[in-house]
Design a protein around this ligand. Structure first.
Ligand code: FDA
Length: 389
């Protein structure tokens, strides 16, 4: 029976990048995933000839040239630039907050006029707090009001944030919003990074390229095996009655609390429910991402997937389109755990698991579930590349 150098649990971006780095250096890897498809949250499904991001829209962005060159060496990326639009009660505003937004909101034409408007409203907020005897913003609402003033807060932040967190902004901690950058230029590019885009042909090509030299098993849950350690061969042995897997090291990218059978308690998450719909039109909203920032609309965003990969008139080559409405919800067992809730209780519990994990022999914990930390894609790759350096 073969002993793998690495058993990688999870074929998401962390597991796939790790497998790629290892196999390129001649190490043998077995990647297992409990889902029926590889790729974790990057996985796309081809529907009506369009790559539909099954687990939420994924836009790659980085300022790290090495990371950008690395992903492009596996699959070239296109020129997609994220420029989301906000819909508030049927009126549209460009994001992130910039001269276009201010023109749409107030009709201001010059940077000075826009700045003056923002400053006026910020001062009003600070003054109101001073009158109430409040020195520092006590919650997210006060924080946002003092950073950008009432109009931007009420139109573009308040209801959207409440839908995302399922709680009023006045009941959310101020630290969630540290900065709210305003741009006094007509620049709708959401990211400040030097590089952004989507793999040409979709994310599955990136994952497949990374995993090309690894052995992969889907519909295989790590927890279906019982695990022991063979001290003579210095390797882990996993058995489920049918299969036996032997490996020198385990790279675990699943939930860390599950790894320890929830001994210190269950970690909590926010999740998103996606409602995917095929429409008989070429172009539904003219943009990949539209945020619904009012309270009346129950969903937070509508994603129109074709705009990630086709531009200009090419959009009309396909008579259909696929959209996903996103509903932010509380997480319970059986749902996809998307966003860690890094409040005091959860941080305390995850720290305990982390300390325990650090003592494990020949087990590496990595990725968003094992570290209980939100990561964008580029930092995940950066981390794995650094581990191998
Ligand atoms: P990921 O969750 O992708 O992979 C873990 C894998 O492990 C899964 O395939 C799972 O099935 C498997 N697994 C878990 N337990 C297992 C077990 N017991 N046995 C076997 N397999 C098991 N980033 C960005 O840069 N730009 C963006 O636009 C977005 N957008 C975005 C939207 C949403 C809704 C979310 C939640 C996240 C993003 N991200 C993002 C972040 C991005 O998704 C993230 O960086 C990567 O998915 C992290 O990859 P991981 O491998 O850590 O986790």
């Amino acid at each position: 029976n073969k002993t793998f150098d690495y058993l990688i649990v999870g074929s998401g971006l962390f597991g796939a990048t790790f497998a790629h780095q290892a196999t390129q250096r001649g190490f043998s890897c077995l990647v297992i995933d409990k889902r029926s498809e590889l790729g974790g949250n990057l996985r796309c499904e081809l529907v009506e000839g369009i790559n539909v991001h099954q687990y939420g829209a994924h836009i790659f962005h980085t300022s790290d040239k090495a990371v950008w060159d690395y992903v492009n060496s596996i699959v070239p990326f296109n020129r997609y630039t994220n420029s989301p639009v906000a819909n508030y009660k049927g009126r549209l505003y460009n994001l992130p907050f910039n001269m276009n937004t201010f023109y749409q909101m107030w009709g201001t034409v010059t940077p000075d006029a826009a700045m003056q408007k923002i400053e006026e409203q910020r001062k009003e907020a600070v003054e109101a707090m001073r009158k109430a005897g409040v020195a520092e913003p006590r919650n997210l609402e006060e924080q946002a009001l003092t950073l950008v003033g009432r109009d931007i807060y009420e139109t573009l932040i308040k209801d959207y944030t409440q839908k995302q967190w399922g709680r009023k902004c006045s009941e959310l901690p101020a630290f969630i919003i540290k900065r709210l950058p305003v741009r006094l230029t007509f620049d709708n590019n959401y990211f400040n990074d030097a590089f952004q885009g989507i793999p040409i042909g979709g994310y599955n090509l990136l994952i497949n390229g990374m995993l090309k030299d690894a052995e992969c098993l889907t519909q295989t849950d790590f927890f279906q095996f019982s695990r022991s350690y063979d001290e003579t061969d210095d390797c882990h042995v996993l058995t489920d009655g049918e299969k036996e897997i032997r490996c020198k090291k385990i790279v675990f990218t699943g939930k860390i609390d599950e790894f320890y059978n929830y001994e210190y308690g269950k970690l909590n998450y926010r999740t998103v429910r996606f409602e995917h719909t095929i429409l008989n039109t070429s172009n539904h909203q003219g943009n990949a991402v539209v945020n619904y920032t009012d309270a009346e609309t129950p969903y937070t965003r509508v994603i129109e997937h074709k705009h990630f990969e086709s531009f200009g008139d090419d959009v009309y080559k396909n008579p259909r389109t696929v959209i996903s409405r996103e509903y932010s919800t509380e997480w319970t067992d059986g749902m996809e755990p998307y966003y860690p809730v890094n409040d005091e209780t959860n941080n305390r519990i995850s720290e305990k698991y982390r300390e325990r994990g650090a003592q494990e022999k020949n087990v590496i914990f990595g990725g968003r579930l094992a570290e209980y930390k939100y990561y964008d894609m580029a930092p995940i790759i950066q981390k794995v590349l650094q581990m191998w350096e």
